[in-house]
Design a protein around this ligand. Structure first.
Ligand code: ZN
Length: 386
């Protein structure tokens, strides 16, 4: 992989490659943009290109060659001057004999211990690279002690080190962290580019599946790729959208049932995207903690529903041009007649709040039940206040 394999974000890549060419790399970056648009991939490629030993061809900007010793170590995941942090949860597994082991899976929090460890390494001289690079993916998942610890490092950055933070937005980051980072913003990738990227990277995939995934992706290439690689996800998506269509017309008593259905969808999402046995065991032992990360994917589907409703309410262009979920045009049009003005935007806000709450430590079931009471109440504004 190299910058050539990044789908979209041409301007951002230009800026980063010019920075490498000039040789004056800032101590800290903040890559901002929606989840799964490719921020972390760009951060990894940037880290590799920064330390690649092969000079770029005359007249071209730097990129990783993928051949030299540095690039290869990096690809093998064994480069001593590179570190990667993402939100994790510690879980305990138990086999039939009662033997217990601890492991870590993708989770919702970056703890202070992980930041402390990263910083200790960041202050050491590079072992072999020109620059040490540390990527902190989903930096908004840092708890308060972790964020404060990182802030101290940004105030006195270590010499030959660059930190790259990625986040969906700045709302959950300390303003003092944001102000010390060079910000690079990433927007959604246009569907046509996603379609071309998927076709190039997944040459055996069905063109129909690629077309649907690109249209549904909301500009998130990583998500589109998951959809093509796991056709079961498309089925889960259909089910979640059918639920959303139902909520436009049902009573608020269905909120409890709806929360249960979303959790079930998250569970299926998890099993569809995991293949090893540990995954099933993890789900059994730590259901709540595993599902809270997958529910975020399910909430993204609902976000696309309310985004479509807002586009229909806006009404300036024909539905076929503006809808992400164009296969649900009939259901969306019917729902749009039920909701009062402004309801789609409020639905969008409720979902964003729930996402943030779940990325923190909020109770999964309770958060979803409250969310559904709000979403179902949107169609009956006068009843929602009683
Ligand atoms: Zn190289």
């Amino acid at each position: 992989m190299s910058f050539r394999n990044v789908v979209g974000h041409e301007l951002q890549l230009q800026v980063l490659r010019r920075t490498i060419a000039r040789g004056r790399v800032p101590p800290a970056y903040l890559f901002l943009g929606p989840p799964r648009v490719g921020k972390t991939l760009v951060a990894l490629e940037f880290a590799k290109a920064l330390n690649c030993l092969t000079p770029p061809p005359e007249g071209q900007l730097p990129d990783a060659c993928d051949q030299c010793d540095e690039c290869r170590r990096f690809e093998r995941g064994s480069h001593p001057d590179f570190g990667f942090l993402q939100p994790l949860v510690r879980v305990q597994l138990e086999d039939e004999t009662g033997e217990r082991t601890r492991t870590q899976v993708a989770g919702s929090m970056i703890q202070v211990e992980a930041i402390t460890e990263l910083i200790a390494e960041a202050y050491l001289k590079p072992v072999r690279a020109r620059r040490k690079v540390f990527v902190i993916s989903s930096a908004e998942a840092m708890n308060e002690p972790a964020a404060n610890k990182l802030l101290k490092t940004l105030e006195e950055p270590p010499g030959a080190t660059t930190l790259i933070l990625t986040a969906a937005g700045t709302a959950n980051l300390l303003p003092t962290i944001v102000s010390r980072c060079q910000i690079v913003r990433f927007g959604p990738v246009p569907p046509r580019q996603i379609e071309a990227g998927l076709a190039a990277q997944l040459p055996t995939a069905q063109p129909d599946a690629i077309h649907i995934a690109a249209a549904l992706s909301g500009g998130k290439f990583g998500w589109a790729r998951d959809l093509v690689e796991q056709p079961r996800l498309l089925e889960i998506r259909r089910r979640v959208l059918a639920l959303a269509a139902r909520w436009a017309r049902c009573g608020r008593l269905e909120a409890l049932q709806g929360a249960e259905q979303l959790i079930a969808a998250a569970e299926e999402w998890w099993t569809a995207t995991q293949t090893d046995e540990v995954a099933a065991e993890l789900l059994k032992r730590n259901r709540d903690r595993v599902l809270r990360t997958k529910v975020l994917d399910v909430l993204d589907i609902l976000l696309s529903w309310f985004r479509d409703l807002a586009a229909l309410a806006n009404g300036s262009r024909p539905p076929a041009e503006v809808l992400v979920n164009s296969d649900f045009q009939a259901e969306l049009t019917a729902a749009a007649t039920v909701y009062p003005r402004g309801a789609a935007q409020r639905g969008f806000d409720f979902l964003s709040e729930a996402r943030l709450a779940l990325a923190g430590n909020a109770n999964l079931r309770l958060t979803l039940e409250v969310l559904l009471l709000h979403l179902i109440g949107l169609a009956h504004p006068q009843a929602a206040d009683t």
